[in-house]
Every structure is written in structure tokens, then in C-alpha cells.
Design a protein. Sequence first.
Length: 297
Amino acid sequence: MNAACPYALYLGRLAPNSQRSIASQLNSIADMMGWTDEEREDKYHLIDFQQATYIKTKLITQGWSARSINRAMIAIRSIVKIAVLSGLVPEMQSIQLRAISKVNHGKHDGKPLSTEQVNKLLIKLQRDKSVLGIRNYALISTLLGTGLRRSELVALLVEDFIEGTALVVKKGKGNKSRTVHLPAWTQLALNQWLALRSKSNGHLFVRVAKGGNIKHNTALSSCSIYSLTKKSLASIGVDGVSPHDLRRTFITRLLEQNVDINTVRQMAGHEDISTTIMYDKRNEKVMQEAASLLSYQ
């Protein structure tokens, strides 16, 4: 990578987890545009209004979430801005990109799974006893059992699975670290995966090639996890769900089980409790039950 190119300069400003996530998104865009591996890093800062509009439209067509599309477009605008400051492209290019509107989030953005859907998903995944199946079961179990963000999951190393009972998230959002304790069923799934992967150094979740060949030096990307989640849920008839919805499921389920919201905030890695409240997707039934229990006697 040319350290002086706008792409490299932009990534260098980001936290490690964000670097991996944004690089993965931009690589997906480069693949979509047909750019080769050798040329893509010098292509991003050349994106003009017409190309950016085309990219946005294609991402919508491909089913990217509004949040992911907006994040990708912010990255493109930021890279072009660096190119302007470096004298590589005209300022008008950056001004025109700012005119491209954000993709609006739906009114009911986010779809936490019901307990029935979670059980159905885990049972189906557990039936696949192949190396790939055991890895996928452990990965989805970890998302549901911890509420980790995709960027946090892909950054996990084998050494972060401490004493078989917890995961250390070394650099979460905002470069903050935390320890995530695991339910027994997630511990079991991870131990089954590690029995195949081995505890050799490297990323916890890695690529599995055809024939069950484990690629210890190839970590999964955020996009791979996104695709795996959507495919797994589609197999049980649940469409339009992203990995972040598994995070919503985790938070909502804790609240349904009457875990106090400040504890949930800490488990989710939220700095502000108001963010946790935004993830609360409990339905009217919970409020009806709460009202029925209200008494002053």
C-alpha cells in the first residue's frame, strides 16, 4: 500500500477495528466496480459525482443496510477530501459529492429475533457437523451470546478467549476494551470450533476452504459475516436481517429477562445509556404485563 495515497491516509486516521470494517466495505465496492487489486487504492479518490451516485444505487439494489451505505459514502467523501487537500483532484469534486443525500433509515429500523427464531436458527446450524458448519454455529452463537459488533468479532484472536468462559474485546468502539462473559451454550460452541481450529496463534474466526481446509492465516471479513448471517437466517425463512440485528436481539432479550439497563449497557459496550435505550425493541406485551403488576398495596 502506498502510504501517501489518500486511501491509506484516510485509513490511518481510524481505529484498528474501523480500519478493517471500512477497508472491507471499500473492497466490496471495488469488486463491484471491477477494479483490480493493484489499481483500487488509487481509484477511490477519483470517484466523482456520477460514479458515487451509481455506487449508492448499486448498494441499495444489493440490499446493503442504510447504515452501511451511508458509512461507505462517508468514507468515499473523506478520501476525496484528502485528495483535494493533497492537490490531486479539484475541490469541485468534493463539493459535488457532498450533495449526494443519505439513505434514510426505515421507521422501524432493526429486527430483533424472537426466542422461537433464535432456537430454530441454532438447531439448524447445529445439525451441520462439517468443519464449516461447526465454525458457523460457533460464530452465530458468539454474536447471539455476546452482542458483539462485526468489527469486534473479526478482530478477536484465539488468545482473547480466556479460560474458556469469556472474551476480551481489546479495542471496541472508541478504542475501549471490555471483557464479555459467555453463556454456557456459547462456551460449548466455541470449544467445539477450537477443537478443530486448534489453539495456535491467530484470529479466532478464520476462513474454511472447500474440503474443510482451515485457513489459519485468513481472518474473516465483516462482509463475510454479513453474508453468512443473512444466508443462515434466510434458510429458516427470516429475510432482511443483518448481524447488527443479532446485537439488537441480545440487548432486547437481556431487558426482557429483567437485567437492569445499566448492566446491559456495559455488556453491550455502550458509553451512553441512551444508546442502549435505542436498541430496546420490547413489544406492547411487556408493557401490558408491567401494567398488570402495578400495585400500591
